[in-house]
Design a protein around this ligand. Structure first.
Ligand code: GDP
Length: 318
């Protein structure tokens, strides 16, 4: 089996490349920058999914059995600053990829599967908690709106005969998360405070609740979707939501700091014009059809991330 992973250098792309390689897949990659992981990637294409000509050329060259689309603007905060880029990269680019996949399927007479990294942000201020595949799509951020358009486009291409699935991924974290996401910002900040390198951690909205899972579990779900007999939409989530405040408290507890409040300040510039209040997913459909369930608890995930950041600081790499 041959895969084309877009966004191969990101958190999910790198974990997925490792997983597919370990299962004997040949992995082709498309990312804006050159990759460092030559061991798991057979061929790395440098370019943007934002460029239709690049998409057509790379899909034809890779001739994949499955395209995993993990490229995109991954930060909701960034999408408020540049909503046009969000619409282009998370929305229009997906239509280009789906169209290229369909054409490749038609010209080679071989099935091309497609797995889209969709997002819980499509639910925005959700009508119900927890959210499932049937929950109304009504995004409240430019990021969510762009992902909702892509999500619908996957459904359209499915009705045209493409084995295209959407993974409605709730937040998923790991030591590979960039610092601009709140989880890694917190674990890095807590490690710095515990190491005496810093005293305060400055954050925005502490009341928002997110359903945070372990990223390697989520790429395992993507592979299961690619291998499933039928394409479909799947919520991928733990079913448990925690507030940002809970995350902060848990991370500080990992390093034995109970009076964490004195280390946390509020930075209004980190607040968003609209912030989805509670995102919590019901992954019952994925459990029943794909046999998928999360393997790492919230506490284990926070602990692993804090320990990773403590090690980076001890090595002088942070
Ligand atoms: P998102 O859910 O994809 O937007 O992932 P983030 O990790 O960026 O944000 C998760 C939640 O943390 C959102 O509700 C943010 O408003 C909240 N949050 C609170 N403080 C911060 C902060 O300093 N940085 C970020 N990125 N998010 C914050």
């Amino acid at each position: 089996m041959r895969a084309l992973i877009t966004g191969s250098n990101g958190q999910d792309g790198s974990y997925l490349a490792e997983l597919l390689h370990s299962r004997g897949w040949e992995v082709h990659a498309l990312d804006r920058t050159a990759g460092s992981d030559v061991a798991t990637i057979a061929r790395h294409h440098v370019g943007s999914v934002d460029d239709v000509e690049t998409v057509d050329r790379v899909v034809a060259a890779a001739d994949p059995d499955c395209i995993f689309n993990l490229a995109g603007m991954s930060s909701v905060a960034d999408s408020w600053a540049d909503p046009v880029a969000a619409a282009r990269i998370n929305g229009v680019a997906v239509v280009a990829l789906l169209h290229a996949a369909l054409r490749q399927q038609e010209s080679t007479a071989r099935r091309v599967r497609f797995v889209q990294a969709s997002s819980a942000e499509i639910f925005g201020a959700a009508e119900r908690v927890p959210q499932a595949e049937t929950t109304a799509i009504r995004p409240t951020s430019p990021y969510g709106a762009s992902k909702a358009f892509a999500h619908s486009s996957v459904g359209v291409s499915r009705s045209r005969g493409l084995h295209a699935s959407s993974a409605i991924l709730f937040n998923h974290e790991s030591p590979r998360r960039p610092l601009k996401f709140v989880t890694r910002k917190i674990t890095n900040g807590v490690a710095r405070i515990a190491s005496g390198e810093d005293f305060t951690l400055s954050l925005g909205n502490l009341e928002a609740e997110r359903d945070w899972g372990w990223a390697p579990d989520y790429v395992d779900a993507l592979l299961r979707m690619a291998e499933a007999d039928r394409p479909d939409d799947y919520v991928i989530a733990t079913g448990v939501s925690r507030s940002v405040r809970d995350f902060v408290r848990t991370a500080f507890a990992t390093v034995g700091i109970a009076d964490w409040e004195r280390h946390v300040t509020t930075d209004p510039s980190q607040l968003r014009p609209v912030d989805a209040p509670v995102l919590r997913g019901d992954a019952g459909h994925a459990r029943r059809v794909l046999g998928w369930s999360p393997t790492v608890t919230f506490e284990q995930m926070v602990e692993r991330m804090v320990h990773h950041d403590l090690e980076l600081i001890a090595r002088g790499d942070a």
